[in-house]
Every structure is written in structure tokens, then in C-alpha cells.
Ligand binder design. Structure first.
Ligand SMILES: Cc1cc2nc3c(=O)[nH]c(=O)nc-3n(C[C@H](O)[C@H](O)[C@H](O)COP(=O)(O)OP(=O)(O)OC[C@H]3O[C@@H](n4cnc5c(N)ncnc54)[C@H](O)[C@@H]3O)c2cc1C
Length: 367
């Protein structure tokens, strides 16, 4: 690849989620000229957080919260490499079963999942650490990729951003959710029929979910002997957990809202009131004294969620067929997003595994 043309790159990574950023970081380190194009005005994809307005430090996760280090080697290795810290999910005290409409929630001992850990600073610490190591100008935001076309032994990329409309790269890594890639990006070149089917059928993990975050001055539930965990059939949150920082601050709870996307979006105000009612029902009147309530509705994010995800079952992704991991177009086109992993598809660990696979594949090809 000629390095004299300003819009020519060794690798163009489409999507600045964890997979895209980790891929870009590895390839930059290997000495390649890398560009990352991100459709949204922010980076991180499904990793997102409420941040402190003054320091920009992440306060509460709006996307993922947990990794499972005993079972997830890729995520564990990246935690170490980036010098991040882990702390256990708070599970001390009793959980609450919020099941019978006519009865108060019942407290019950409910052990947490083995090995489930929180990253201090949240998964956004991955995004901040990796993006902070990329040279300025590597990532272009508000640059949705519209098309990729095989041209000679390179790939031409077109974006929605007039300041970076056309780019040429030897390799392209599609690091977007697979269904989003199929709907939003025109592939001007043959994709195998089997791959087309996989792209349309592969659900994007958690894409249709909504996460409620409730911040407090104190984790008062802990002082009541409660873990903050709720398992509910009454809702609107079907499960809730303590999301407080390592040293109790910021004090926070989060929960997944068990209502379909169209009902959530048409009833935003009622939903907020119902959330607080549920917390008061479970934790008592102190739950009313929250400092902030935020609902992150991922189903409304067009760069993450498609109609097929909103209509889908939300089942955990299973390992996808090999065709999704096979480079195409003379080994220049690669699909790498968390769902393409073999180990923990759809999860943070899967994002790192996918990034390592795309990196190795490109470096092998270039060597
Ligand atoms: C609510 C929620 C809870 C979760 N909980 C957990 C958890 O506890 N543990 C865990 O391991 N995982 C969890 N996950 C999953 C985890 O967030 C993902 O595995 C991981 O963030 C995926 O990263 P990714 O880079 O592969 O994909 P994404 O984060 O989806 O990144 C894709 C990127 O591509 C961009 N993009 C899309 N279209 C285009 C385009 N045309 N051009 C350019 N860019 C484009 C998007 O804007 C986005 O930035 C959760 C996810 C959610 C939403």
C-alpha cells in the first residue's frame, strides 16, 4: 500500500467499539497505517458510561458491567496488559425476590456467579486505555461507512462524512454488529451466500435491551443487609444489581427492563416512575432519594440494533459458522465483532478474541 497517498491505509477498521479499537491498537503497534471509521459521535459502541462532567471519569456502566476472568483468558490478559484493576461484584447480604403482586418482596440468599468481576472504572476503562494509545487522528467519528468495494488488490471505502468521503485500504475489518453491517453497508463484491445468511441471522448480544441506572448518595441497601440484587416477575426491572464503585462511591443500582422496545419508547415518563416504585417496594422509602436516573435504551441505537434484533428472542449468541471468520476478497476483508468469537461470542472476551484473530490474519497476510 502506497504511504504517499493521504487517504490510503494498510488497514481501515469500521467501527470503534472494543473489537475495532483493540484491532487498530494491535495493528498500529505492528507498524501498519491504520484508520478507524466510527458512525457515531462517540467511541466504545456497546461500552458506554455515565461520566463525571468535570473529570470525564466513568461513573456507571450503561452497557456491560462484568467479565469472568477464570473462564475468559483474552479479557484477563488485556486487563493485565493495560494495567487495569478488578474488584468483585458486591453480593453480600440478601437478594430480593419480587414475585407476588400481593406480597412484599421476599429476601433470600442468592449466591453470585463464580468468577464474575467488575473492572474498576467499568469496561469504559478498556476503551479509554486503548483509544488513549492510538495516535491522534486515527479515529474518525460521525463517519458511517456506506460501502466497501473490491478494487484491484485493495478495498475502496465510502463514508457519510464529507471530510473523509473516500478511503483506500489494503485490508478492511468490519467491526460492526453483523446485522448492522448487512443492512447499512453495501458490499460491492460477492459475499458467499452462507455468509449472507449468517449475517442476517446472527443476533447482536443485548442489542434490544434497556438498562436503567439509578445513582444515590449512599448504597443504603447495603446498610439494610441487602446486596442490591432483585429478581422480579413484577417489573419493570426483571433483574437488578449493585453497580456501586469499588469503595461504595458512586453508589448505584442497575437493572434490565423487561418490556419490549416499542412499549419502552412510548412510555418513557411512566417507566421512570414505575422504576422508582419498584425500588421503593424493594428497598423502602430511601429509594426515592436518588440523585440521577438514566435509561439507556440500546434498541434505539441504529448503529447497534436492527429490527430483527428488536423482534428476536434475545437468546445468548452461540458460536457462528466458520464462514464468518474466514477472510474474503483475496483475504483483504475481515469480519470481527464480539459475535464472531469462538469462546465467548457476544461478550467482552469475545471482542478481544475477535480482535486478535483479525490482527493475526492481517499480519500473516502482510508478512
Ligand atoms: C446492556 C448491555 C449489557 C452487556 N453486558 C455485558 C457483560 O456484562 N459482559 C460482557 O462481557 N458483555 C456484555 N455486553 C456485550 C458487550 O458490550 C459487547 O460484547 C462488546 O461491547 C462488543 O464490542 P464490539 O466492538 O464487538 O461491538 P460494538 O460495541 O457493537 O461496536 C460496533 C461499533 O460499530 C459502529 N458502527 C456501526 N455501524 C457502522 C458503520 N456503518 N460505519 C462505522 N461504524 C459503525 C458502532 O457505532 C459501534 O461503535 C453487554 C452489552 C449491552 C448492550
Amino acid at each position: 500500500m502506497s504511504k504517499s497517498t493521504s487517504n490510503a491505509y494498510d488497514v481501515c477498521v469500521v467501527g470503534a467499539g472494543l473489537t475495532g479499537l483493540a484491532t487498530a491498537y494491535r495493528l498500529q503497534n505492528a507498524g501498519l497505517r491504520v484508520l478507524v471509521l466510527e458512525a457515531s459521535s462517540r467511541i466504545g459502541g456497546r461500552i458506554h458510561a455515565i461520566r463525571d462532567t468535570k473529570t470525564n471519569a466513568p461513573l456507571a456502566d450503561l452497557g456491560p458491567s462484568w467479565i469472568w476472568p477464570p473462564y475468559q483468558k483474552h479479557a484477563s490478559d488485556w486487563v493485565q496488559e493495560l494495567g487495569l484493576e478488578l474488584h468483585p461484584q458486591y453480593e453480600q447480604g440478601m437478594a430480593l425476590l419480587d414475585i407476588e403482586p400481593s406480597q412484599s418482596p421476599r429476601s433470600e440468599s442468592m449466591p453470585g456467579q463464580h468468577g464474575m468481576s467488575r473492572i474498576t472504572g467499568g469496561p469504559s476503562a478498556f476503551i479509554d486505555a486503548i483509544s488513549g494509545k492510538l495516535p491522534t487522528g486515527t479515529i474518525h467519528r460521525d463517519a458511517a461507512v456506506n460501502s466497501v468495494e473490491q478494487v484491484d488488490d485493495c478495498i475502496a471505502i465510502e463514508t457519510s462524512n464529507s471530510s473523509i468521503q473516500k478511503v483506500i485500504a489494503k485490508h478492511v475489518v468490519i467491526a460492526t454488529p453483523l446485522r448492522v453491517a448487512q443492512e447499512a453497508i453495501q458490499f460491492k463484491g460477492k459475499l458467499p451466500d452462507e455468509l449472507e445468511q449468517v449475517l442476517s441471522r446472527a443476533p447482536t448480544w443485548m442489542a434490544a435491551q434497556a438498562k436503567a441506572i439509578i445513582l444515590y448518595n449512599e448504597p443504603f441497601w447495603r446498610d439494610l443487609g441487602l446486596s442490591g440484587r432483585i429478581a422480579s416477575r413484577l417489573g419493570p426491572m426483571v433483574e437488578a444489581h449493585d453497580l456501586s464503585g469499588k469503595d461504595r462511591t458512586p453508589a448505584a443500582l442497575f437493572g434490565f427492563i423487561g418490556l419490549p422496545a416499542h412499549i419502552r419508547s412510548n412510555n418513557a415518563e411512566k417507566l421512570e416512575a414505575a422504576l422508582i416504585d419498584q425500588l421503593v417496594r424493594c428497598f423502602g422509602p430511601q429509594a426515592e432519594n436518588y440523585s440521577r436516573l438514566h435509561i439507556e435504551d440500546w434498541a434505539q441505537n441504529p448503529f447497534i440494533c436492527t429490527q430483527a434484533d428488536r423482534d428476536g428472542s434475545g437468546a445468548h449468541p452461540s458460536q457462528l459458522p466458520h464462514v464468518v471468520r474466514k477472510p474474503l476478497w483475496s483475504n483483504n476483508l475481515h469480519f470481527a465483532v464480539a459475535e464472531t468469537a469462538t469462546g465467548s461470542p457476544g461478550l467482552i472476551d469475545g471482542a478481544f478474541e475477535s480482535a486478535e484473530r483479525a490482527t493475526n490474519s492481517i499480519l500473516t497476510e502482510i508478512a
